[in-house]
Write a protein that binds this ligand. Structure first.
Ligand code: UDP
Ligand code: MG
Length: 332
């Protein structure tokens, strides 16, 4: 929150960033004019998700000339959704917009989102990607698959092309904060709230600079969290697999008995081995599925925080002496 002003913050813009030193200058030069032009009290919350590059240094330098910039630095890399949680948890605005740091989502759409929410009294305004042609074919294919699956599991209120560019009202943010969910996937949780919503379409631009921070492993993690967070259907899949295996085994039993009756018992090795492998596989799948849910229950019971804040420029009292932010002189 900008300390200079006494007016309540009308808009918070939360930007999680992980190793975004290359994208940061362009980000600042596009976000700042948009927000200054709005003419409302605002804060820009840069959540530094444990970056190992010069992101922290650059942020500190930008803040010297931009009092609305608030920096929340996390102690370690916690992931995009956890970084978003940190930003939402501490945001002060009556409305909160979340934005990626790589300018794939245009900040110029923020005024439109805010105007729409205010005019129609909406709690949620989704940024919906009209055009993804800037993404790679693989990204589009996996994203298409992901959204189809999510709409089946979490319901049609999950918009197919809505990522993490969206506006939330204070009421929506407070509702999200009150949820007990640990591994949060906001693009599913927000539609689940079911609050009055609208949408603004935009064209997804290519990443301005740097490389994606979502390698395949993280994409799979997001998909697993999404599915297990919203549906017990995979557990029923285990039951169906088990039933299928049982039927196959009955068939095998008939075959074995026939072979036995015909006195051809020796060449039974292949069928025996196939059956063994098949049943083994089915059992492993089922145990794996159970493990996925038991894992979630375990995490929920532990109730560990998903992020740790090292410093928040708006709440510096949280600092410990060892964590004095290293603020370098701004570069020429
Ligand atoms: N991000 C983050 N922590 C991470 C990974 C990503 O805060 O561990 C941020 C990243 O800096 C960016 C946003 O999340 O602002 C989306 O990541 P990215 O653009 O790399 O994902 P993609 O657009 O390729 O799906
Ligand atoms: Mg991106």
């Amino acid at each position: 929150m900008p300390e200079e002003r006494d007016e309540p913050v009308a808009l918070s813009v939360v930007i999680p960033m992980y190793n975004e030193e290359e994208a940061l200058p362009a980000l600042v030069s596009r976000v700042r004019p948009v927000l200054d032009g709005l003419g409302v009290a605002h804060e820009v919350i840069a959540v530094d998700d444990g970056s190992g590059d010069r992101t922290a240094e650059l942020l500190a330098a930008f803040r010297l000339g931009w009092p609305e910039l608030r920096i929340i630095s996390l102690r370690r890399n916690s992931g995009h959704q956890a970084a978003l949680t940190a930003g939402l948890d501490r945001s002060a605005g009556a409305y909160v917009v979340s934005l990626d740091a790589d300018l794939q989502d245009p900040p110029e759409k923020i005024p439109e989102m805010l105007a729409l929410a205010r005019a129609e009294g909406l709690d949620i305004v989704y940024g919906v990607r009209a055009d993804r042609s800037s993404d790679t074919g693989f990204k589009r294919w996996t994203a298409g698959l992901y959204y189809r699956l999510m709409r089946r599991l979490a319901g049609p209120s999950v918009l197919a092309q809505a990522g993490d560019f969206r506006l939330l009202s204070r009421a929506a943010v407070d509702a999200l904060k009150a949820l007990p969910d640990q591994q949060r996937v906001y693009r599913l949780l927000v539609p689940w709230l079911g609050f009055p919503s609208g949408q603004v379409t935009y064209e997804r631009a290519p990443r301005t600079a740097g490389r994606t921070k979502y390698p395949l492993g993280r994409m799979i993690r997001l998909a697993v969290d999404s599915v297990t967070g919203f549906s017990a259907a995979p557990l029923r899949l285990a039951t169906w697999l088990g039933a299928g295996a049982f039927v196959v085994c009955l068939g095998l039993l008939v075959y074995t008995l026939t072979a036995f009756a015909l006195g051809r018992t020796v060449p039974g090795w292949t069928s025996l081995f196939t059956g063994l492998v098949f049943i083994g596989a089915v059992q492993l799948i089922c145990v794996g599925l159970l493990g996925e849910y038991v894992g979630r229950i375990y995490t929920a019971v532990q109730n560990r925080p998903t992020y740790f804040v090292r410093n928040d420029t708006s709440a510096p009292e949280a600092e410990t002496p060892a964590d004095k932010p290293r603020v370098p002189a701004p570069r020429g």
